[in-house]
Design a protein around this ligand. Structure first.
Ligand code: ME8
Length: 518
């Protein structure tokens, strides 16, 4: 695509120790909306997701199931790939860390770090949490009343003593702080930025980047006894996918540095501290931005396998509908905050906002057009002030929504669109086209035209959130697929009177809960 506007967005690569749940779907959904929005806005987009397949945690899960790690990762990775289809995610690439392209890339990065004098051999003794795949200092641990120590995340820790290569993270403290200062938008949201800068200001220790007590990973070049630390391996996926170690040509030259790494708040430190330090130490550019979103609880409870309350995105989609679930997840909670998942809240939004506000608007308007305007886009006369206000609101959507999307404020982007939906409903009520039908049919047509044109704008703007239903809504307005990107917004590309329209059908049915025992 011949465009200078490029956008590279990544999800974390998910551990293949378990099946995908709502948390994974949420992170990838946020990226999918960004990727779709940017494509509609004329960007050349690369959207990457994938699976993190090495390390002790995955090895342990395979051993527990008595399967060799490769067979195990092959099958679990497929579940994550399948989720892309289930959720209608528009990824351009899916990386697995067990791929050859990745091994080459990680070993090349290691060599760069070694050649730059950033890695040395020593020995590690300290605490390690397999669940987090993270090292913890004594001072970070939490001791319960029985004297048991756990990681701050609650994960079990074990004492580790073994030879290890170290990355000279301690020497990157000032350079990282300067980098955060020079790039105030690097960490989002703002509250998270303070968390990271105070962590780095507190002093950094050199980081153990190899282990000798397990085998499932990428060997250190020239020293096979050592397996690379799984986070060094995993983070590198973001450059592997753009062709590293080739940096001068190809996708690396086009897309790197990434515009956004989307992560959950649990893994911000790895992305905002270790990753830019590794990259700068290797003479490579750090990414432009890392956004740490919050965590979902389930009906007030922490989601965990042991509590048996893991939310399966596939079940949700089957029960409530794909776009309904996509909408809810990004609408319910300000992005960046923690949120509580409840079926009642989901149904409330489906019936209140999707069925009532948006569904009724389009169904009402399109049925009136179908019945009273010979099933074609109505003719229109002079626009009144009220018409111009309505159309102006629709035309103004792109700029304000774009601003929210660029700040990853998804719920505000949606709210901005909803203001126009609510205004359209108020406009229908005020103009009462059903009354105009007898009194002033020409005016009725103008009102219905204004509404149809407003619905076109709303549907185009909502495509990234709800691609399937908006496709149906735009089909009902007879907008050809090539005319659905943002360059076709505005009065220049307005609906053409007389264009034949298909028979309208509702796109957002009300959700009626089955009675207990029915
Ligand atoms: O951390 N609510 O992988 P992972 C919201 N392999 N998001 C949630 C969530 C919840 N309850 N639970 C999980 C890893 N997530 C590493 C990443 S990247 C180089 C390596 C999401 O399978 C959230 O985005 O544990 C979190 O960061 C991600 O799942 C962790 O996935």
């Amino acid at each position: 695509m011949a465009t200078s506007k490029r956008y590279y967005v990544t999800t974390p690569i998910y551990y293949v120790n378990d099946v995908p749940h709502i948390g994974h779907a949420y992170t990838t959904l946020a990226c999918d909306v960004l990727a779709r929005f940017k494509r509609l806005d004329g960007f050349d987009v690369k959207f990457l997701s994938g699976t993190d397949e090495h390390g002790q945690k995955v090895e342990k899960s395979a051993t527990e199931k008595d399967i060799d790690p490769q067979t195990f990762t092959d099958s679990v990775s497929q579940n994550f790939r399948d989720l892309l289809g289930t959720m209608n995610f528009s990824t351009d690439d899916f990386i697995r860390t067990t791929e050859e392209r990745h091994k080459i890339s990680v070993q090349a990065l290691w060599k760069r770090l070694l050649d730059a004098g950033e890695i040395y051999l020593g020995s590690y003794s300290g605490w390690y949490a397999v669940r987090d795949e993270a090292f913890y200092g004594e001072g970070e641990l939490i001791t319960d009343k029985d004297g048991n120590k756990t990681a701050p995340s609650g994960a079990a820790v074990e004492w580790v003593e073994e030879p290890s290569y170290f990355f000279k993270l301690s020497s990157w403290q000032d350079k990282l702080l300067k980098f955060y200062d020079d790039n105030p938008d690097f960490i989002a949201p703002k509250s998270r930025r303070n968390e990271v800068t105070s962590f780095v200001s507190g002093g950094l220790m050199d980081l153990s980047v190899s282990r000798t007590t397990f085998k499932w990973g990428i060997p250190v070049p020239g020293d096979d006894e050592h397996i690379m630390y799984v986070w060094l391996d995993a983070l590198t996926n973001y450059i592997t996918a753009v062709g590293f170690p080739e940096t001068e040509t190809g996708e690396y030259a086009t897309y790197w540095p990434a515009d956004l790494h989307m992560v959950g708040k649990d893994i911000l430190r790895f992305h905002a501290v270790y990753w830019p330090a590794f990259l700068m130490a290797a003479g490579l550019e750090p990414p432009k931005r890392v956004f740490a979103h919050g965590w979902w609880t389930n009906e007030g409870q922490k989601i965990s396998k042991s509590l048996g309350n893991v939310i399966d995105p596939i079940e949700l989609v089957e029960t409530y509908g794909l776009d309904q679930v996509r909408y809810f997840l990004l609408r319910e909670v300000p992005f960046g905050n923690d949120g509580d998942f409840s079926r009642k809240a989901l149904i409330g939004r489906m019936n209140g906002e999707l069925a009532n506000d948006l569904g009724n608007l389009s169904q009402r308007v399109l049925s009136m057009v179908n019945k009273n305007c010979e099933g074609a886009v109505p003719r229109h006369g002079e626009f009144s002030d009220a018409d111009n206000v309505m159309l102006g609101a629709a035309h103004g959507l792109l700029n304000s929504v774009r601003e929210h999307i660029d700040a990853q404020s998804f719920n505000e982007a949606i709210e901005t669109i909803w203001l126009v939906i609510r205004a359209s409903n108020a406009y229908v009520d005020a103009q009462a086209p059903w009354k105009l039908k007898k009194e002033d049919p020409a005016r009725m047509e103008t009102v219905l035209y204004v509404l149809a044109e407003t619905i076109r704008h709303i549907a185009v703007m909502l495509q990234s959130f709800m691609p399937q239903t908006m496709e149906r809504m735009l089909d009902q307005l007879a907008i050809s697929p090539e005319h659905r990107s943002f360059e076709f917004l505005g009065s220049e590309h307005a609906l053409v009177s007389g264009t034949e329209l298909p028979k309208p059908e509702g796109v957002f049915p009300r959700f009626v809960e089955e009675e207990e025992g029915a």
